[in-house]
Structures are given as C-alpha cells and as structure tokens.
Design a protein around this ligand. Sequence first.
Ligand SMILES: *[C@@H]1O[C@H](CO)[C@@H](O)[C@H](O)[C@H]1NC(C)=O
Ligand SMILES: *[C@@H]1O[C@H](CO)[C@@H](O)[C@H](O)[C@H]1NC(C)=O
Ligand SMILES: *[C@@H]1O[C@H](CO)[C@@H](O)[C@H](O)[C@H]1NC(C)=O
Ligand SMILES: *[C@@H]1O[C@H](CO)[C@@H](O)[C@H](O)[C@H]1NC(C)=O
Ligand SMILES: *[C@@H]1O[C@H](CO)[C@@H](O)[C@H](O)[C@H]1NC(C)=O
Ligand SMILES: CC(=O)N[C@H]1CO[C@H](CO)[C@@H](O)[C@@H]1O
Length: 447
Amino acid sequence: MHEPAEGAPTVEERTTMGRISLRLILFSALTLVLGVCFTTSGTTQAPSTLAAPSMFPDLYEASIAELQDGLEKGHFTSVDLVKAYFARIEEVNLQGPALRAVIETNPSALKQASELDLERKVSGPRGPLHGIPIIVKDNIATLHSEGMNTTAGSFALLGSVVPRDAHVAAQLRAAGAIILGKANLSEWANFRGSVPSGFSGRGGQATSPAIGLVAGALGSETDGSIVSPSSNQNLVGIKPTVGLTSRAGVIPISEHQDTVGPICRSVADAAVILTAIAGRDPRDNFTLAQPLKVPNYLQALKPDGLKGVRLGVPRKFFETGNANVLAAFNASIDIIRGLGATVVDPADFPDFDELRASDNETIVLDTDFKVDVNQYISELLDVPTGVKNLADLIAFNTAHADEELVKPFWTDQSTFIASENTTVDQAYFDALAADKDLGATRGSTRR
Ligand SMILES: *[C@@H]1O[C@H](CO)[C@@H](O)[C@H](O)[C@H]1NC(C)=O
Ligand SMILES: *[C@@H]1O[C@H](CO)[C@@H](O)[C@H](O)[C@H]1NC(C)=O
Ligand SMILES: *[C@@H]1O[C@H](CO)[C@@H](O)[C@H](O)[C@H]1NC(C)=O
Ligand SMILES: *[C@@H]1O[C@H](CO)[C@@H](O)[C@H](O)[C@H]1NC(C)=O
Ligand SMILES: *[C@@H]1O[C@H](CO)[C@@H](O)[C@H](O)[C@H]1NC(C)=O
Ligand SMILES: CC(=O)N[C@H]1CO[C@H](CO)[C@@H](O)[C@@H]1O
C-alpha cells in the first residue's frame, strides 16, 4: 500500500484525561449556555430546573437522533449546541490536552444556528440533520464569504478563495446541518512526504481524538484515511465506493481513489450523513454511474438485516494489526454471527501476496496528484500566496521552510517532488490497468 494511513496514533492517556475532565466541563458549559439563553429570552423558567440531567444529553455519546429529539422538544436549541461544542473545542484544542483537532471554527455558525432555529419554529425541521453541527476536514471547500479557509493544512493555500462550497458541504447545508468548523489533518491528506501522520504546517501536530467535539464529521480517504482513524478511535467510518460521493471542491490526491465519507459515533449517525452527501454531481463525473435515487441508508438499518448474509474475513490483511484492535474486531465478528450472518473465516484473497507486493498504486497516485491538484488550484478565484501549481507548492515550502518544512520531524516533501517528476505516459496507464485488474477484476474471493 502507498502512504501510511492518515490519522495520528492514539494518545490514549491524554485523551482519557481529556474525557474525564470534559464530562464536567461540557455539562457545565451546556448548563451555562442554556441558562444564559433562557435568561436573555425572558423565559420564566428557573435556571435550577434547567439542570435536570435528562434535558441535556451527554455530548460524548449523544446520537444525532437524540440531539434532533432534544431540539424538537425544545430542550435546547441549535444555538445552544453550537455554543456548547465551541466551549468544548476551546477547552481542549489548544489548552488542556492541546489536541489540535480543529484547525478553524466557523465564525458564521451561531448566526446559521439561529436562522435554523427560527426555521424550525416556523416550518419544522428539514430532516434528521436540521440544526446539527458537523465538522469537515480542511480539504473540503466551504464558502469563503462564510469566513473559513480551505487549505489542506498548508500555508500555501491560506486565504485562497474557493469558487463555491464542495458538493458534499452544500449537501450538508441543504439538509440543514451547520458546518461548525474544519478538522486538522495530515497536510495534503498525507501526500507531501514522509512526516508523522497528523502534522500540517497550519495545524501543527494534531492527534486524532474522539472526544465529542461535534455531532459528526466528514473525512476523506485515498488509502485508509477514513477507516484507519475510525478504527483507532472506536468510531464508525464509512469509506464509500469511489463515485458514490462527489469530490468536487475537495482538495484532491487522485480522482481514481479519493472518496468522502462520514466519521461518526454510530452506524445510524453515519447512515444519516451518507444519505445527505451521496448522489450524482455533474462536477464529478465518477458520480454519474450511480442510480438516480439516493437510498435512505437509515431506513435500511434493520435489527435482522444480517440474517442470511454471507461475509468473508480476509484475515491476512489483519496479520500486522494492533492486538487490542484485533481482539475488538474478533469480538465484533462474534456479534455479527450472533445476528444471523454466516461468517467465512478466513476468506483470503487468492492474490493477496501480489497485492501486497505491487507498487502500481504509487505510480498512479503520484501521477494523478500533479494533474488533479493543478486542476484544483486553477479553479480557485484567488490565491494570495501566488501558487499556481505543484511546482509552486514545492518552491513555497522551500521558501517557507520555517513554517512548512519544520524541524526535526516534518521536513520532508519527497512525495511532492516525485509527483512533480511524473508525466501521464504509457507506464501510468499500465499501472492504472494493473491496479484495476488486481483490485477490481481479481479483487474477489469468489473466483
Ligand atoms: C483564514 O485564516 C486567516 C488566518 O488565520 C484568518 O484571518 C481568516 O479570517 C480566515 N478566513 C478566511 C476566509 O480567510
Ligand atoms: C470524466 O471526464 C474525463 C474528461 O472530461 C474523462 O477523461 C473521464 O474518463 C471521465 N470519467 C468517467 C468515469 O466518466
Ligand atoms: C482473532 O481471531 C483469529 C481467527 O480466529 C485468531 O487467529 C486470532 O488469534 C484472534 N486474535 C485475537 C487478538 O483475539
Ligand atoms: C504493476 O503490475 C504489474 C502487473 O501485475 C506487475 O508486473 C508490476 O511489477 C507492477 N509494478 C509495480 C511497480 O509494482
Ligand atoms: C524522475 O523521473 C525519472 C524518469 O522516470 C527518474 O529516472 C528519476 O529518478 C526521477 N527523479 C525523481 C527525483 O523522482
Ligand atoms: C480553532 C482552533 O483552535 N484552531 C487551531 C488548530 O491548530 C492550529 C495550530 O495548532 C491553531 O493555530 C488553531 O488556532
């Protein structure tokens, strides 16, 4: 496989500390927020009655459905939710455990929340995401006028003006979601060179904590960047088939492998978000192969949904895994069996060794990145740093080494240099065909 999967190693001790203290902080933050809100809106309810724990979900574990239920019952508003999440981010992002999980918060989020609260009162919720705060990875474009940057963590794109929301961001907004902020990431989604996962010039060395800074998130995956952090953090990540979710407006690595998907607390939450972002988009022609109607993935979740389903476990992929993760994985297979599925274990790919040995993916990604990132930059309305293409990005990093090629661990941009050196030639098309043969045509255990 190519780049190591994005997502910094779990800093379990720090995260655990964060969890314990945050439990108290969040509860008091939400209480405070609600208190203030009720006071200023002139309600006669005494603040003490607001503290009834049943009114306030534990935001570490609250599902999107629970939040929606609380919003509908008027236990709290979207403005309250945004304030509570902002307070939580403030406590842990740069202070306390200094998780550096969020690179920017949305200066328009409170205004949007209040508009969505009003709309709910007047005409009811648009659907399950109405008024729910979501964070998107900093390679997913959001309207510049709203106040946030889209930079893939690089100073080279700071202040750049995107032509429009990424399609997936626009879909979230249409569903009534509030984009609360941008998540820190490995710079250029881990495609700059050999540096520790989770580092970016702008964001610093982020960890990948799952401590409830938001109700749900969008990640992107080229080679592991949704599933790997999700499995490390006990979250549910769905890596959609390429072409199910549009990549238009997403800072790319490769049109052949990039995909955008949800990272959430539960399967139901991920299903709600996937339903909102999936679908055709004329700006990403890979999406045009899917059926016209987007399924409602939430309605497809049934307690007996695994009855009679036959699943295979490609064990060789897990041989090098962390023992704790493997134990949890094994336990989940038992649960799946208990729910009525037939599990074939092991069910290894006959071409596993060839797959492991192949490095055609590197050829494809290196070549695609140069084409695709140049295309992305060419569509920007303004780039204050003046970078126009990958060659400029390399020069920018060299000229701003103190910010981008930071000693001692973060100095490398060898992947950029290798990518700049590529051309779309016969060797590239051969590598692409070899990947497709191995991954798709022969990528089945049922041969
Ligand atoms: C981008 O980041 C800069 C520097 O942190 C900040 O001043 C600015 O408000 C951000 N947003 C936009 C849209 O430029
Ligand atoms: C998308 O369009 C490009 C050029 O416009 C073309 O090269 C490519 O084959 C198309 N891809 C799909 C999946 O239709
Ligand atoms: C997980 O299950 C596999 C297959 O049954 C077994 O070989 C492996 O030892 C188990 N690992 C753990 C950590 O339980
Ligand atoms: C690419 O795939 C071909 C065909 O499977 C194989 O012969 C070749 O060694 C692979 N190239 C690399 C760089 O792995
Ligand atoms: C650039 O590509 C040429 C030809 O493929 C290769 O020989 C050379 O090693 C490459 N240089 C770098 C820096 O990747
Ligand atoms: C919202 C926020 O706190 N973002 C931070 C993300 O990390 C970078 C670097 O650590 C900070 O500069 C941002 O302020």
